[in-house]
Design a protein around this ligand. Structure first.
Ligand code: HEC
Length: 152
């Protein structure tokens, strides 16, 4: 391979690696489930931080930062072709792709709740943190009820 051919092969490989749409559906699902497990752990961090007599502000702040990052990132987690029709083992329902406006509504509700929670943390307002965390949990559940299939 001459230098130019090798360079373009490398450029192509880099482009393929960076493009989630071209990833195998099973890899996309695995990455998505990993992201959600991290999100679940972060949400647990918030609730653990709120338990007990002494509120754990560092744990809560760290967990909420993660939740907020996830609420931004989630918009990239469902590329076309990563649903149940792909044959990959996923609990993502086909409605995510057949009712995109409704699904985006669920994503936006989660993102807004994450922003509200971040604001409460910044304000160091424990009562508001508690309430916002509860509301955030409601947006997880609402999306799961509509768009996540039961465990098989
Ligand atoms: C907009 C929709 C939506 C929102 C909001 C959402 N989820 Fe999910 N979640 C899903 C879908 C869809 C899956 C299934 C992904 C798959 O299997 O490909 C999932 C999967 C998960 C999983 C992985 C379970 C497993 O298979 O191990 C966890 C944990 C999770 N979500 C927790 C949360 C938590 C905690 C929140 C809120 C802080 C949340 N989710 C918010 C849609 C959502």
């Amino acid at each position: 391979m001459n230098v130019r051919a090798r360079t373009s092969a490398m450029v192509l490989a880099a482009a393929l690696a960076a493009t989630p749409l071209l990833a195998a559906p099973a890899d996309t699902v695995r990455a998505r489930v990993d992201n959600y497990r991290e999100l679940g752990a972060a949400f647990k961090g918030v609730n653990d931080g709120l338990r007990g007599s002494e509120v754990q502000t560092v744990l809560i702040a760290q967990s909420v930062r993660q939740i907020r990052n996830a609420s931004r990132g989630q918009y990239e987690w469902f590329p076309a072709g990563s649903g149940p029709q792909s044959g990959a083992k996923t609990r993502a329902k086909a409605e995510i792709w057949s009712q995109p406006a409704k699904f985006k509504g669920a994503q936006d509700a989660f993102a807004k709740a994450a922003d509200d929670l971040q604001r409460a943390v910044t304000a160091k307002d424990v009562a508001a943190i508690r309430l916002s965390a509860q509301k955030l949990g409601g947006t997880c559940k609402a999306c799961h009820d509509a768009f996540r299939a039961p465990e098989h």
